[in-house]
Design a protein around this ligand. Structure first.
Ligand code: 2AM
Ligand code: CA
Length: 258
């Protein structure tokens, strides 16, 4: 295991412990937008992760969801979501995670996602495969949409933005086994990687939401792209992840091909 992966794992576990401890406590909730929430726990956990990573890798930069750019260097730099699934966390809906990725030379080389409720730790290093609690994971083998369990997330600005996943959701509803929407992009990506679901797409995500999970899907043998089919980038603003077999068919449905 690389030094950086070790640092990311220890930061994610410490963050997960703090999230678990504070779960159910009375939280101050602030609105970043009408359906975009943040609590003081998000910031506390980001600070804990930042100090852990800073100690391990003092020269690396860090971009976190809550505090933006920290530290000097932009290469390499950490991409951190201290709490992916804040709305769930506030309501005690047990589906949220810590997400930490390392970007080097414009490539994501380390990804760690930790679900503290199930004590599930997903790890990947570029070219070295992906694991769940130390065991290798692989995407599913489903080859037809009709046998597929899919997931998506509803965008935070759905009240005001005409472009949402409503029509796409409806099309997949008629074509797939079923659909889920659980509110954590990082965990949805890991569930594609682990073969628990067969495909997942979401619009308007930040780099901290999908950098780690995107690498974990790729390293588990899956495919990731933007929703329009262009190559995946954590800065691309949206994502389609699948087991690979379903990718072309899902792209066609998403882009409403005849
Ligand atoms: P969050 O809980 O860290 O905010 C839910 O559909 C997914 O969208 C979650 O991964 C959630 O992450 C993410 N999300 C919610 N608001 C967002 C925003 N303003 N920018 C980017 N991602 C967001
Ligand atoms: Ca977050």
């Amino acid at each position: 295991m690389s030094y950086e992966l070790e640092a990311a794992v220890s930061a994610a576990r410490a963050a997960g412990r703090l999230l678990h401890e504070r779960l159910g406590a009375t939280l101050q909730v602030r609105h970043k937008g009408p359906a975009d929430l943040v609590t003081e726990v998000d910031r506390q956990v980001e600070d804990l992760i930042a100090s852990t990573l800073r100690e391990a890798c003092p020269t690396y930069g860090l971009l976190g969801e809550e505090r933006g750019e920290q530290f000097v260097s932009d290469n390499p730099r950490w991409l951190v979501d201290p709490l992916d699934g804040t709305t769930n966390y506030i309501r005690g809906y047990p589906f949220f995670a810590v997400s930490i990725a390392l970007e080097r030379d414009a490539e994501i080389v380390v990804g760690v996602v930790y679900n503290p409720i199930l004590d599930e730790l997903y790890e990947a290093e570029k070219g070295k495969g992906a694991t769940l609690n130390g065991r290798p994971i692989h995407v599913s083998t489903a080859t037809s949409l009709g046998d597929s369990l899919l997931a998506s997330g509803f965008p935070f600005d759905a009240w005001t933005n005409e472009i949402d996943n409503g029509q796409q959701w409806r099309r997949f509803l008629k074509l797939s086994l079923s659909l889920r929407s659980d509110g954590s992009a990082a965990l949805d990506l890991c569930h594609v990687a682990a073969g628990r679901i067969d495909g997942y797409w979401e619009l308007r995500l930040g780099p901290w939401d999908m950098a780690a999970g995107g690498l974990i899907v790729q390293e588990a043998g899956g495919a990731v792209s933007l929703v329009n089919g262009e190559p995946f980038s954590p800065y691309g603003g949206d994502v389609l992840a699948s087991n690979g077999h379903l990718h072309a068919e899902m792209l066609a449905v998403l882009n409403n091909a005849p």
